[in-house]
Write a protein that binds this ligand. Sequence first.
Ligand code: ADP
Ligand code: MG
Length: 339
Amino acid sequence: MARLILNQLGKDFGTGRAAVSSFSLDVREGGFLALLGPSGCGKTTVLRMIAGFETPSDGSIHLGERLLADAAQSLPPEKRNMAMVFQSYALWPHMSVADNVGYPLKVRGISGEAHRTKVRDALDTVRLADYAERRPADLSGGQRQRVALARCLVTSPDVVLLDEPLANLDRHLKQEMEETFREFHQRSGATMIYVTHDQSEAMALATDIAVMSEGRLLQVAAPAEIYARPEGRIVGGLIGRGAILTLPVVNRERYLEWDELQDALHAANTNGADILVRPEDVVIGVEGAPAAVESVLFEGERYAVRLMLGNGQRLRAFSRVAVVPGEAVRVVIRAGWRL
Ligand code: ADP
Ligand code: MG
């Protein structure tokens, strides 16, 4: 295994706008990277170039010292030792779980004891050792997906590529599968790249998140880092909940404390810096700037509240006590982040 290095990668399908531009990323060995961005931003194209289904127009892809592709040459997918998992996990219905998992080995001409050991290890990793002789039809949806994961693991790939594998699942199965993916990553030790447009999925799963927009990489960082210190409006708007206020702050620091924010909120002037305010940093109470409750969503342990400030800007907050739409409240902002 080795790190995967994308250097100034570009892909132009000749449509007048490049699908991917100057995309540089270093995925460490054994890492779990989420590639996050809105639909159409180029995530699948990046993944397909890594897998070898698409040739880059610019730049290069290396796995360790080994050149996988550049604009002049491209190693075919079967020579890259990678596995790609798609949204639909097609299993052969007439084959047992063990035969489904062992299929990639059979294609490679691996049989006998080596075959049996690898299948057993792969099924162990996804905790399906007892299901080897069953048919896919006898398994739950979550178990079928684990079979598909075992099948992609059986050839010991250096890199596992997953393209929105949970996009069509209901919330319950999604949570179960997030758990499975985390465990799969820990037990397999494989380097994983996980494409998603769902930021909460990226936060829950990955050790690193790469945010992309319109073919470009905007920021790559650990989930906690990208949540606390997003770079720019697009990342700030994509990661976590919050509101972006335009406030006349004078401080040059990027992390802003409540006293300066409080003064800024009272100023009528809305020219200034873009400040990201997280709902957990907004306190609804009896003091602070006046605001009106616009809408309230009951989340069980708290209320998620949308507020309209006196200056016409919107804010999000959490409240433990019930508030109702139309209610006049006051708010204090404890902290903000300059984008
Ligand atoms: P995502 O996976 O983030 O939704 P894609 O990588 O699928 O985005 O697509 C990025 C852009 O490239 C889109 O504008 C898409 O229409 C375009 N695109 C993708 N594949 C092709 C192709 N084979 N030919 C032409 N345009 C393509
Ligand atoms: Mg896609």
